[in-house]
Design a protein around this ligand. Structure first.
Ligand SMILES: Cc1ncc(COP(=O)(O)O)c(C=O)c1O
Length: 364
């Protein structure tokens, strides 16, 4: 593939150098779990996102599970989850013994605004997912949830760096969950995640749950687990944070080229509002009823693409349930993610748009 969907080995040599230097520093210090690097990461993210608490953990899926456990959600409870998301959102609900109650998305893949209709006496929480890096209308959602007396767990795994009304993705809900999976806008060189909260009691509980229920060594006050972040990943993330704004600008400037070049193509729907601050340009997802042919055509031209996601969760065997998930299903059948990452070159985006234009001209 001449233009891969994403190839992390393309990282700038300058960034690679700083990451190598950080690795050497950690190796010399000899502290590989906990320690100063983890504290620095916490502080940096607290400040960057203006969050009172930022508790790192092993990955984004664990962050969701820790949030659910901290809110004491489990057996017999229901949690509202959008029908289209990465599997972790529903998986975490099932892992704590609760039932995901799937609801359709809107045309953009965000939880449809009439989700309150899914509430039953068993509903304890709703999990809005900022899919593709686009934020759900959180002012409205949190107000509705508060009125109904249920908690909000924000799945901000794809939305690091997006802000709505000046408030960061992940800081609106009772708990916000972040993933630092390597392909995310802020990615580690391995697995890592984080819970954000503005509530001291929840912060304390999440911290305990992620570390064997242990306020101090050999004292266990509840049944927790080990979901600590690796010191090395925390250290790498602090390096990645140095370039975060630069990378965001690059993502947005490449997205702008796509938007300008592909604006008038019949049969191709472009993402809306991607240049606004409540979106972090994580993925550039176009829609076409010729999605599969387009994908093949681009592959034949050496261009890699991806599908987020080809199947809605309630259609998957372990989660199977019937219902009207028509918007989510359309996205699963028609959505195509074009390459968008800080290591992509402008000329490459131009080549991609040219290929897409020729596909649609050929067709019409
Ligand atoms: C929407 C969503 N939720 C949860 C996760 C889980 O994060 P992780 O892969 O770090 O476990 C991801 C990332 O993969 C995600 O995209």
């Amino acid at each position: 593939m001449q233009i891969p969907f994403l190839d992390l080995s393309r990282m700038d040599s300058d960034l690679q150098e700083r990451l190598r230097a950080k690795f050497s520093q950690v190796l010399e210090k000899g502290i590989f779990s906990g320690g100063e690097e983890v504290q620095i990461l916490e502080k940096t993210i607290q400040q960057k996102l203006n969050s009172l608490y930022a508790i790192p953990c092993a990955n984004g899926t664990d962050a969701l599970e820790l949030a659910l456990r901290a809110l004491e959600i489990g057996e017999g409870d229901e949690v509202i989850v959008p029908a289209l998301t990465w599997v972790s959102t529903a998986e975490a609900v099932r892992m704590v013994g609760a039932k995901p109650k799937f609801w359709d998305t809107d045309v953009n893949g965000l939880l449809r605004s009439d989700w309150v209709e899914a509430i039953t006496p068993k509903t304890k929480a709703v999990i809005p997912v900022h899919l593709y890096g686009r934020m759900v209308d959180m002012a409205t959602l949190t107000e509705k949830a508060q009125f109904k007396g249920i908690s909000v767990i924000e799945d901000a795994a794809q939305a690091f760096g997006a802000f709505q009304d000046g408030k960061a993705a992940g800081t609106w809900g009772s708990v916000g969950c972040l993933s630092f999976y390597p392909t995310k806008n802020l990615g580690a060189l391995g697995e890592a995640g984080m819970c954000l909260t503005q509530d001291e009691r929840l912060a304390e509980k999440i911290r305990l749950l992620s570390n064997h229920g242990q306020p101090k060594r050999d004292e266990h006050v509840l049944v927790g687990r080990n979901s600590r972040i690796d010191t090395l990943q925390a250290a790498f993330l602090t390096v990645m944070l140095e370039d975060f704004e630069k990378h965001q600008q690059k993502r947005k400037s490449l997205a702008k080229i796509y938007l300008e070049e592909l604006s008038d193509l019949e049969g191709l729907e472009l993402p809306q509002g991607l240049m606004e601050s409540n979106q972090n340009a994580h993925l550039f997802v176009v829609k076409s009823d010729k999605r599969n042919e387009l994908r093949e055509f681009l592959a034949d031209h050496g261009i890699g693409t991806a599908i987020h996601y080809p199947q809605i969760i309630p259609d998957m065997e372990p989660y199977f349930v019937e219902g009207d998930f028509s918007n989510a299903r359309i996205l699963a059948n028609q959505g195509l993610s074009l390459p968008l990452n800080p290591w992509l070159k402008e000329e490459e985006v131009e080549k991609i748009t040219k290929a897409i234009k020729s596909f649609f001209t050929k067709k019409s």
